[in-house]
Design a protein. Sequence first.
Length: 418
Amino acid sequence: MTTVGVIGLGYVGLPLAVSFAQEGCDVVAVDIDPRKVASIEAGKSYIEDVSSEDLKELGGRIHATTRYARLAKADAVLICVPTPLTRNREPDLQPLIDATQALGEVLQSGQLIVLESTTYPGTTRERVAPLLEESGMAAGRDFHLAFSPERVDPGRTDFTLRSTPKVLGGLTAECTERAEALYGLICDHVVRVSSPEAAELTKLLENIFRSVNIALVNELAMLTDRMGIDIWEVVDAASTKPYGFMRFEPGPGMGGHCLPVDPFYLSWRAREFDMATEFIELAGKVNAQMPYHCVSRAQRALNDSGLSVKGARVAVVGVSYKADVADVRESPALKIISLLRGLGAEVLYHDPHVPNLTEFALSSTPLEEMLTETDLALIVTAHPSVDHELIATRARLVLDLRGVTRKSSAARATTITL
Ligand SMILES: NC(=O)c1ccc[n+]([C@@H]2O[C@H](COP(=O)([O-])OP(=O)(O)OC[C@H]3O[C@@H](n4cnc5c(N)ncnc54)[C@H](O)[C@@H]3O)[C@@H](O)[C@H]2O)c1
């Protein structure tokens, strides 16, 4: 039986651990957070894409622990730790370095190590391999090493780990073969590339592609606002082209752990090659502008009804960074709330996935209760479980940043879309 180790049990690591366990593998799941370890041991999931039932059904096949020593018995170990930015917006590889050093101390001859964390091209070869080689073993000879980016899209149900092709690139042909055999257990289609660098850049290209296209449609939304053209009508019409166009929708800006962060790993790396990655920087700038644009749109909407933001009661609907998840990391809603408060608004929020926003000392208010005394309802994230029809009917004024009320029969002149 194959034993798989997973380091970092977050949005990426936990679903991977569960997939391998479901295929009959023994899984050693390591995290430095003892609360996560205890939660898994108790069969309680803290990730939307993994149900507690799934964890319980797997019985004893996932062994969660804070102890790296348990990884010594694994045939393969997948590293899924965070790769954030520092305060100066440079790659912060500290979690990866910590995890790799700890793994190096228990590394065994013949093991396959795969990095899954999103990072700049060169990380696997230049940063991970040397740290593991401090064990005295050589990468590609005594142990195998590869990079395989995770493509999980939290909240998505139409594509699963199994049905989403998995890209991978090993340090040597044998490393790639070992990794392909491993991922073949949980993925229907494995895509081999020639090197870890190609695999690392593949993931960044995917995320940069999204970031740039979102920025493009957001910039057009700011322009159409001035021109008096409905951006949604234009996006709908352009989407009827059967080829050469891909739909992206305007919104309040980018959030989550990936799009606001990952592209800057490449910008940083590009500077070593005397290149300024202008698309990346520009997309970041335009997307960071959107919460400001949305607040100024809210200010105008209130003004048009004879109200000022100062003293207005604003109900923010949806605060996670996207629909159907609880993740508020880098969510544009946080920026919007802080800007509205700065202007003197009284802000309440409703989000079925986010019970509390501790940094604002706020708790989710029941929707009906929130709408009664509200001057403006601001739809920031459109969770399908939220009754947007009710919002369009009840709220005095609605600013819909996601276009969900556009087709609503209840939408009135006081329902405005971005
Ligand atoms: N969240 C996504 O949708 C997504 C999608 C694709 C790729 N990624 C990438 O995958 C990586 C992980 O992202 P995530 O969203 O799962 O992060 P996460 O914060 O949800 O989980 C990371 C886990 O790693 C643990 N950890 C940190 N340092 C550790 C260490 N030294 N040893 C052991 N455990 C440690 C943390 O406690 C945490 O539980 C990142 O590089 C991210 O960019 C994320």
